[in-house]
Design a binder for this molecule. Structure first.
Ligand code: FAD
Length: 140
């Protein structure tokens, strides 16, 4: 079976309180672990950016479920591509809520997240979405 990587950006229905983000993360870990799905989820100013990695069927089935979740909308697929080696092998789902101090310390990436993830900026650069997700996974 072949592995794929899928990235998307979406918009929360409202500014998400910590408890709501915790509940989403708990579901991610509970559902992804048995399916050997790994990845990273970032939240910034009412927007999400997530990468999912694993067997194609498991990624697709999970993404379809995520797309039907009423907690977010305007889900924009950034990339879906074959994957040889996982980028986030240790995370059933890593998570980071980005805040103003992240913008101050990451001037290179800040334009892409400081006012929420904006696909018109992120989509214009090939690898920037994955670079940002990897950066925050490695600097957890
Ligand atoms: P439950 O968690 O028991 O939820 C049952 C149903 O209620 C689902 O349809 C759910 O969408 C809905 N629901 C739950 N809480 C609320 C709420 N507070 N308001 C409105 N509706 C609600 N799931 C994964 O498996 N893997 C992931 O990596 C993943 N990433 C996610 C990323 C984001 C940004 C979001 C918003 C959700 C993500 N989810 C993920 C959750 C996913 O969308 C489904 O909700 C979940 O997979 C369903 O799990 P469950 O069947 O155990 O249902």
């Amino acid at each position: 079976m072949s592995m794929i990587q899928l990235l998307y950006v979406s918009y929360a229905d409202k500014e998400m309180p910590e408890e709501e983000l915790d509940r989403i993360l708990e579901t991610c870990v509970r559902r992804n672990s048995p399916n050997s799905l790994t990845g990273m989820l970032l939240y910034s100013h009412g927007t999400f950016m997530q990468v999912l990695e694993g067997e194609e069927a498991a990624v697709t089935e999970t993404y379809d479920r995520i797309c039907q979740d009423p907690r977010h909308h305007n889900i924009q697929l950034l990339a879906k591509s074959p994957l040889e080696q996982r980028n986030f092998p240790n995370w059933a789902m890593g998570f980071r809520r980005l805040n103003p101090s992240d913008s101050a310390t990451n001037v290179h990436y800040a334009p892409f997240f400081s006012e929420g993830f904006d696909t018109s900026k992120i989509g214009a650069q090939d690898t920037v979405a994955l670079d940002i997700l990897k950066y925050f996974a490695e600097n957890e």
